[in-house]
Design a binder for this molecule. Structure first.
Ligand SMILES: Cc1cc2nc3c(=O)[nH]c(=O)nc-3n(C[C@H](O)[C@H](O)[C@H](O)COP(=O)(O)OP(=O)(O)OC[C@H]3O[C@@H](n4cnc5c(N)ncnc54)[C@H](O)[C@@H]3O)c2cc1C
Length: 464
């Protein structure tokens, strides 16, 4: 019998399991391992806050690209109270409902396939011995799982702390390293002043959570460029232009500027110009020379991120209102140091293009700088173990781990593993756009097909 272990049961690991069960012939067995209590939700869809809504309309959130209405259909069959404000294809549903949808897909599949084919293991994978066949995964509480193939679906990690003069600050009670942890905003005086590091969607989530818990005090959000995500807009598509997409940074920037100006002149918004590029983004990324990809990350990434990862209108309205009232203040600059003074922290930062430092006093600093992706800095036992032995290596752009186009992991020397794979945001270095559901669902399907081919080619009787 062939066994495939999938480490992590967020959206990526769960979807991959569903596809493998469909494609892989019995008696192939899957072991889906998750350290948290809820399989299927992962980081993004575990939030209990109904104001944390999807940033992609319901019509584009199906788990399956060939059944585009699957999520919408599921939603319309939920009791009214559960559905909340969900009205139609353009609605932005609460993220926790999407998590419930993925869990229901998983439960249905278990009923269909049986526990013999899909075993759910609650545990933390802390090491992997790939010296022998089969692979041996070490779990907490001295447990092991053996498998012929293993897939890392370990998703997103908390943001990395910024380098500062006094790193000891990060050990104080004033700092919260994980914006998604329950303690990030709990226990705060409603009138306290708070600093959120970053101005992306994680910051937007944190602001919404603070407002929902009745926070009245000032909320500062600080980043190097001070760019907030733009809002979604239901704007008409501009007339199609079939000019090919350029693959150098300069040409692509010129192209997007020109197309956006044309779309706006034709009465559309710039949004469809970005959306039309989406199906080709991976191809553009992979065709772009490495120096250009580096330039893109250094100079253009903040602009790309705020135009590509947008806010639903109802979220944007609340953010705009908080800014207009003066409660939410966007600061532009770079933190130099934090100095604890009694019950407050003096945050010294250098505003953009100024020599003089500015200071704000806050009661709490929450790092909302976006998921940490430099694997050399991620302090997870499994990652440390894999890197120590050279089983994997960070990708050259420090966006994740180095993988091939078929998601096989590369080792320290650049050799391609035949047994270890990765899926989801871990693979961003190779694919760039491997963050949102529409991209990950395709990737999991393709990987399932590829792994099925490997399983079928395996000599019978030599497996676990
Ligand atoms: C806050 C947030 C909101 C988002 N909103 C949207 C949205 O609205 N629309 C959209 O299209 N995309 C959204 N995304 C992007 C995208 O959907 C997610 O990045 C995607 O769900 C990634 O899934 P994943 O399974 O790869 O990672 P994760 O969701 O991070 O799941 C990884 C899982 O692996 C487990 N794990 C990790 N290491 C181990 C280990 N060693 N042993 C056992 N288990 C382990 C973790 O506990 C976790 O459950 C959002 C992302 C975030 C972070």
């Amino acid at each position: 019998m062939t066994t495939i272990a999938i480490i992590g049961a967020g959206f990526s690991g769960t979807l991959l399991s569903l596809h493998l069960l469909r494609y892989c012939p019995p008696p192939t067995r899957l072991v889906l391992i998750e350290r948290n209590s809820q399989f299927g939700r992962g980081l993004a869809y575990a939030t209990g806050n109904a104001s944390h809504i999807l940033n992609v309309p319901a019509a584009r959130m199906s788990a399956f690209h060939d059944r585009p209405h699957d999520f919408l259909d599921w939603l319309t069959h939920q009791p009214d109270g559960e559905r909340g404000l969900v009205a139609g294809p353009g609605t932005f549903a609460p993220r926790r409902l999407f998590g419930a949808y993925i869990r229901s897909l998983l439960n249905d599949e278990i009923k269909r396939s049986g526990r013999e084919r899909l075993e759910l293991v609650r545990g933390d994978v802390i090491g992997l011995d790939r010296g022998a066949h089969p692979l041996t995964l070490s779990l907490d509480r001295n447990r092991t799982v053996q498998a012929d193939l293993a897939v890392l679906a370990i998703g997103n990690f908390p943001p990395e702390p910024m380098p500062i003069a006094n790193p000891g600050f990060y050990d104080t009670r004033f700092y919260r390293p994980d914006p998604w942890a329950a303690d990030a905003i709990s226990g705060l005086d409603p009138d306290a002043s708070v600093l959120l590091i970053g101005t992306g969607l994680t910051t937007v989530d944190a602001v919404i959570s603070l407002l929902d818990q009745g926070h009245k005090g000032p909320i500062h959000a600080l980043s190097r460029r001070g760019l907030l995500p733009r809002r979604h807009a239901g704007v008409p598509m501009p007339a199609a232009d079939h000019e090919p997409f350029p693959t150098t940074v300069n040409a692509l920037t010129r192209f997007l500027r020109k197309e956006s100006a044309r779309a706006i002149a034709e009465g559309s918004g710039w949004q469809p110009v970005i959306d039309e590029l989406r199906p080709f983004t991976v191809d553009v990324w992979q065709a772009m020379p490495l120096p250009d990809r580096k330039r893109f990350l250094r100079h253009l990434r903040p602009w790309w991120d705020v135009h590509r990862h947008r806010m639903a209108a109802q979220v944007a309205d609340r953010i705009d209102a908080a800014r207009a009232s003066g409660q939410l203040r966007v600061e532009v600059g770079r933190v130099r140091d934090y100095v604890v003074e009694g019950d407050l922290v003096a945050v010294h930062y250098r505003p953009r293009r100024q020599d003089e430092l500015a200071t704000i006093a806050v009661s709490r600093v929450i790092n909302c700088a976006g998921p940490g992706a430099d694997y050399d800095r991620i302090q997870e036992p499994l990652i440390r173990d894999l890197l120590k032995d050279g089983v994997v290596r960070p990708d050259p752009l420090r966006l994740g781990l180095d993988v091939t186009g078929n998601c096989a992991l590369l080792n320290r020397e650049g050799a391609i593993s035949r047994r270890l794979f990765a899926v989801g945001p871990v693979t961003k270095g190779t694919f760039w756009e491997m963050t949102a559901v529409p991209d990950i669902r395709r990737q999991t399907e393709k990987l399932a097909e590829y792994l099925t081919g490997l399983v079928k080619a395996m000599p019978q009787g030599s497996s676990v």
